[in-house]
Design a protein. Structure first.
Length: 364
């Protein structure tokens, strides 16, 4: 019996290993869809789905910023981090302003990170209130058997977040809640939704406040914890690894050229205490220059994290305004992504990143 048990364990390990495969993605060019078109990019959310036939698929949701080119703001007084066009240093097309009311959320499906299926618009304009939409984040609720999308809700009459749901990962999502306000003192803005092993979901927003959501993931239940980073930062993402919780964030970066830092905070429990581990994304070889696009190794601002397989964690960022390096300048919704598999030391501390042309990681 003991020999049979060992045989079964070895067989199971072999099967898991056989399913696991290494994939490679580029940080210097975008994937293309089944029609040979570059994928639409913007702030991202990644959802890992085990489909009915047992296939593991990854759904990528991108906020569509539109097809106009951005503007180079690095020679402005405020430098590269100030590309939100309040006072651009150069003329621009009006449609280049990211604070427009025409954002939709586009969704792609991939199994191998090589073939990308353009599934279509997951959140059309007709399915949300008029206004400015940012930062979609999609999770699955096993209790309601619904896919839940939160997004920033910046319309003229909106004061919080909006929530949309769908029966399928591809949508279309229908907005079911607006003006969702959260407890705590953090500002309404960038956020992330994290689902723990027990199915409980948590909302973390710039500030930083961690709020447990209700059982349907459509609103707040109560505040769990609040913490700060040594320097003002935004764009949080949350993940769990080896029983420890992590939040990533970066210094303020408004559609910025050159990206931002990558701060890591961690805790043994969501309630804290939260400890600042450090900055793993800043360029250590030169002093900071607000007018340089090379202060940060990824040249990107954090957008999402996901676990592709095993114990791997991949950080995904947006290389805002990277289309300006093309001739003629490329559109905002084809700005490059940056994929960064995170490494950790024996004490669970994230290790310093270096710029990589390609990223490789394992997928189950």
């Amino acid at each position: 019996m003991r020999a049979f048990t060992i045989f079964c364990i070895v067989l199971l390990v072999d099967l898991v290993t056989a399913r696991r495969r290494e994939v490679t993605v580029s940080n210097q060019r975008l994937p293309v869809d089944q029609n040979g078109e570059k994928i639409i990019t913007g702030e991202a959310s990644v959802l890992k789905v085990t489909e009915e036939d047992g296939v593991t698929a990854f759904y990528f949701y991108f906020n569509n910023w539109g097809a106009c080119a951005g503007v180079n703001c690095c020679d402005s007084d405020a430098g590269c981090a100030s590309c939100c066009f309040d006072d651009p240093p150069h003329p621009m097309q009006s449609c280049s302003n990211p604070y427009l009311n025409d954002h939709t959320v586009h969704v792609y499906r991939t199994i191998d990170f090589n073939v990308w299926e353009n599934v279509g618009v997951a959140l059309p304009l007709a399915n949300r209130n008029p206004g400015i939409e940012f930062r979609p984040c999609v999770v699955y609720n096993s209790l309601s058997n619904r896919y839940v999308m939160w997004y920033e809700d910046r319309g003229p009459d909106e004061t919080g977040y909006a929530v949309a749901t769908s029966d399928t990962p591809e949508g279309p999502f229908e907005t079911v809640a607006v003006n969702v306000t959260m407890p705590g003192t953090g500002r309404i803005g960038d956020f992330n939704i994290f689902v723990d092993d027990d199915g409980s979901a948590y909302h973390v927003r710039t500030g930083f406040d961690i709020v447990k959501l209700n059982e349907n993931y459509t609103g707040p239940e109560h505040l769990i914890a609040s913490f700060v980073t040594p320097k003002r930062s935004e764009g949080p993402t949350m993940f769990k690894r080896d029983g420890r919780y992590y939040v990533t964030s970066g210094t303020d970066c408004c559609a910025c050229i050159g990206g931002s830092s990558l701060y890591i905070s961690s805790a043994d429990a969501l309630s804290g205490p939260w400890t600042f581990q450090g900055d793993i994304g800043s360029n250590q070889s030169a002093p900071f220059d607000p007018h340089s696009p090379y202060n940060y190794v990824t040249r990107a601002q954090g957008s999402a994290v996901f676990a592709p397989g095993g114990n791997s964690i991949v950080w995904l960022g947006n290389q805002w305004n990277s289309g300006l390096r093309e001739t003629p300048p490329g559109p905002r919704n084809h700005d490059l992504l940056y994929w960064a598999p995170l490494s950790f030391d024996s004490e669970g501390r994230a290790e310093q990143l270096a710029f990589e042309a390609n990223a490789s990681f394992f997928v189950d």
